[in-house]
Unconditional design. Sequence first.
Lengths: 207, 600
Amino acid sequence: MDRRSALKWMFAATATVHFLDTKALGQSQEAIGLGYGTDPDLIKGEVPWERTMTEAQLRTTKKLADIILPKDGAKSPSASEVGVPDFFDEWISAPYENHQKDRTIILDGLAWIDRESQRRFGTDFHLLARPEFTEICDDIAYLPDALPEYEFGAQFFSKFRSLTMGGYYTTDIGAKDLGYVGNYAMQTFDGPPPEVLKQLGIDKAPW
Amino acid sequence: MPHINAGKTKPEYDVIVVGSGAAGGQTAYTLAMEGVKVLMLEAGRDYDPVTETPMFQSNQHAPLRGASTPGKPFGYFDATVDGGWQVPGEPYTQAQDRPEDEFLWWRARMLGGRTNHWGRISLRNGPYDFKPYSRDGLGFDWPLSYEDVAPYYDKVEALIGVYGSNEGLENTPDSPNGTLMPPPKARAAELLARKHGKSLGIPIVPIHRAVMTERLNSKKIPKWLHPNNPKAQETLAKEMDQRLACFWATKCGRGCSIKANYQSTTVHIPPALASGNLDIITNAMARVVETDSSGKATAVNFIDKTTGKDYSVKGRIIALAASSLESIRIMMNSQSFHHPDGIGNSSGLLGKYIMDTTGARVSGHVPALENMPPHNEDGAGGAHIYAPWWLYKEQISGKLDFPRGYHIETGGTRGEPGPTSFGGLESLTKGSYGKQLKEDARRYYGSFVGYSGRGEMIPNEDCYASIDNTVKDKWGIPVLKFHWKWHEHEIRQAAHMHKTFAELIIEQGGTVTSEVDPTGKKALYRPGEIIHEVGGAIMGDNNKKSVTNQFMQSWDVSNLFLTDGASFCSNADKNPTLSIMAIAWRSCDYMMEEMKKGNI
């Protein structure tokens, strides 16, 4: 696409991403005091609320999270190996409005996927083997491609996947697998290494 | 003199400073170091960055992996405590219900205020920025010039430590040689933006930030800042030696336990306390400035939040530095026989001409940044580069449909991933999962960019704050009501930002992933959202048309000063903090002269 048509496309491609979540900014006075409040101990990082998911919900979560981010040989562990199901439990048990919305989507979705599994294969989702679970997941993996009857499942899968990734890649192990390098003290900051500059087609970095 | 409890104050102080952030910190520092007896009142709790800053804690160690919540709106590890867009029990109201004009007021009720978490961007106003009316006939000229303030920019930069470079660009002042610290090397996405910015005529250069990339020279700087004052020199040198250079990890927004960046609590307050001339009372919510029968300011009345009791403390001078809007709230609430409409308000202009910075952003995906070899981009915990406003000539010759400029801040690094970093990936991965998703995640990580404009709004008649007499905060103090309307200048400027940022993304071979608004109306961030509140008590050279003189001294009450951004009569695209400190320092020098002369 040349620049002119790209610009044209860009100006036309509106209304897909919304702009400002005014609700998130103008939080109500009551909402502020929820959860860990306004002055938690930042060094300790304690979670003051109870986890609320049932054994069955956690089982289904583990199954689906490990389908989404499985163990990759010796390279990186599976989602459940770095505690993603517990992250889900912490996330959807949080008393904040946005988290309570996620709770509804996640718990309704987990129930839906079990019903779908029962309907197709006569058993709960967590007991399915590869060809079966792939069949369900493929139907809901991408909302724009999903059939109307799988729209709800696809919305759920989308939220579930982004939370799985959020939970996985915010662990130190997950961040490393992603390619994040940092969070240690250095004497000097030397900027991008030569192979990065080469890939960018930049001969020499200024400054 | 130390932190003290309410009720344990001296009978009288030379100066009472309300607030402890950039303005309050600078005011207390300048005065206390020169022997003036100062009492500082802070509405929030005491705060110690050395012991409280989460250095090296990764998101794994935070509730919700550091996600933002109503109680911690910039995320768990953000330095702000007891603050945000709302403070429990301390509401504010809106005069109108248009969502786009709803003012958002970020407060930080803690010692050091917003300086604990700010972006550390430290840009000087240029010569044009002090005389905007003379240039384009809009807004107001300042009753001072760049030359008046330049020596104070020099001093502030030397005291706090700022990295950056001298580029000799129009209206983007250089600092004297040797003042700025070396800028950090640019990151991959920053270099790519620079390369392609060049072909669009956008100059991308090192940004200036209050982060030390080397140690401060504690032998030279204290002598230069405090000539003929060996005690101040010694005190400052000792405190400077406690500040270490950046070790290239931990975002600045968390604060800094090694004191490598500027926050009032690590740079201004420690030497001021060590001078022996500063008392601090925290949890002291200032209510009103009290006056005598002649209308002169005598004391500050405050509520001790820990007991709910009222106290008054006497001062020869009262310096309000509570943040522009909190300071004018105190003034409007200080009504008396001599000051029926609030103290210092004979002009009727108190609360008028409040300003924020305009903001707009466009995000994109740049394939050239995919599959990058993993490398460390933590850097100085914030931006390394920016584009200062570059179209002065086009603007003055009438080629643009808006009058004032903006600078560009760039985003896009291989920073630590957060829990909500991955929502936008789906359109690229087309719903992949399994091992493919892990590969996709590695491929796309670090390939997203964002460009944010930070522009100058012009003060207008529709943007002001008043007292809402129907609502009180939990301390019984009437709250502020905000009136706002963006004018066409800001809206057209935002449209230009969106168009430019989209071009910059496309020039790099990228795709725009957020909405681009050619009208600018939906592009603007909400008023207050950039957290650059200034104005409300503008300075001038005429007591009918302004609230203070060039030294931020009230025209009506000679011993009342506003040393924060309240007296700014324009708000250049340059982030205001550095200017607040420079002008506060200048105001303090004037206070001391006037006290010496016996005029106050």
